[in-house]
Ligand binder design. Structure first.
Ligand code: SF4
Length: 350
């Protein structure tokens, strides 16, 4: 299927009119949980085209943004050790820790494009791969973590999305009418993984794709579900099925153990973390890292409110005042391409 089919002008107008016609006569707040959805929304001006009483917010769907300060500090500490190289994706090098990031001087840091690149690095030093991500990325980490690699270990911040959605509703009092669930995570975990959000909390969930028409279609199906009976709808059937990718799930289960995990902006969420099973490869154990929780937040930064859908970037004084941008990010939401502040900076947002 060609991408243009999902950007068809006539179908776009039809969907927008249907949404307008079917909106309930009240304000509706929808949370998507993915930076790629936010990119589509901003890049194609969907927020402006949708009814004014429909509010679209981003939840904790950027893995860089939800990585807590102490995990960045652990990577920074490792990067200062003799005989250690911290290898990670480029955006993670710029996430501020409590006092510095990985890009500051005096660090042994290499930017890599994949965990394989880190595992195959030719060096006599210990390579620690600092890897963040959700279930999709976990499935790419798992095969490498299940192999033996001499002089290689893993510092992870790997998470599961459904427990965070439940936690937002249960513990944070998040007031949303429904969710658009992330398509690529759902390819791995399957649409049924969100059943608890619907059945226990009565909030509809639509699994959505990333083209502009995908997002509009998901919004329409969500509105219908909000007005009627709360449902779980798979609106991304060309990539996602009910059960997900069984092979990927088995690899994740073999490499990782489900545990409680601390999320920036949300705190400890039961069963939301994927921790390495093989403790010999766990950099935290290998280097006896003992950095406790760190609630430090950059002055003036409202990332925590953005991550939880309570605020938008233009409500941050540093964003509005031009004092935070992708070259000089003050908070994590400005760092990576999935952070809401970064998306709004690149495409504009309202
Ligand atoms: S604009 Fe910068 S300082 Fe403001 S919330 Fe976003 S990342 Fe934080």
């Amino acid at each position: 299927m060609k991408a243009l089919e999902f950007r068809d002008r006539k179908r776009t107008k039809e969907l927008l009119s249907q949404i307008e016609r079917e909106m309930p006569g009240r304000r509706v707040k929808v949370m998507h949980v993915c930076g790629t959805h936010e990119s589509t929304i901003c890049r194609y001006g969907l927020r402006e085209a949708l009814p004014e009483n429909l509010e679209l917010v981003q939840g904790p769907g950027c893995p860089v943004c939800v990585t807590p300060t102490e995990r960045v500090d652990e990577a920074v500490e490792l990067s200062k050790k003799d005989g250690v190289i911290v290898a990670t994706f480029g955006d993670m090098t710029r996430v501020p820790g409590s006092s510095e990031s990985l890009v500051a001087d005096g660090k042994n840091v290499r930017i890599v494009e994949s965990i394989e690149d880190a595992a195959k690095m030719e060096t006599d030093k210990e390579v620690v791969f600092f890897g963040v991500g959700f279930e999709t990325t976990a499935s790419t980490y798992a095969p490498v973590l299940l192999e033996e690699h001499e002089g290689f270990s893993f510092l992870g911040s790997v998470r599961r999305i459904p427990p965070a959605m439940n936690f937002l509703l249960e513990e944070c009092g998040t007031n949303v009418d429904g969710f658009i669930a992330p398509g690529h995570v759902s390819v791995i975990i399957g649409s049924e993984a969100y059943r608890e959000v619907v059945d226990r909390h009565g909030k509809p969930v639509v699994v959505g794709g990333f083209e502009p028409l995908d997002v509009l279609s998901s919004v329409l199906k969500l509105i219908r579900s909000i007005k009627g009976e709360s449902k779980l709808v798979n609106d991304y059937g060309r990539a996602v099925d009910e059960e997900g990718n069984e092979k990927a799930q088995i690899l994740i289960e073999r490499a990782f153990e489900v545990k409680e995990s601390n999320w920036r902006g949300l705190g400890d969420i039961p069963d939301s973390g994927l921790e390495l099973k093989n403790e010999e490869n766990d950099a935290r154990k290998k280097f006896d890292l003992d950095i406790g929780k760190d609630e430090t937040r950059p002055e003036g930064c409202i990332c925590e409110e953005i991550i939880t859908g309570q605020s938008k970037p233009d409500e941050c004084e540093l964003f509005a005042g031009g004092k935070c941008d992708p070259r000089n990010p003050v908070g994590p939401c400005m760092v990576g391409s999935e952070g809401m502040c970064n998306v709004w900076y690149r495409y504009g947002g309202t």
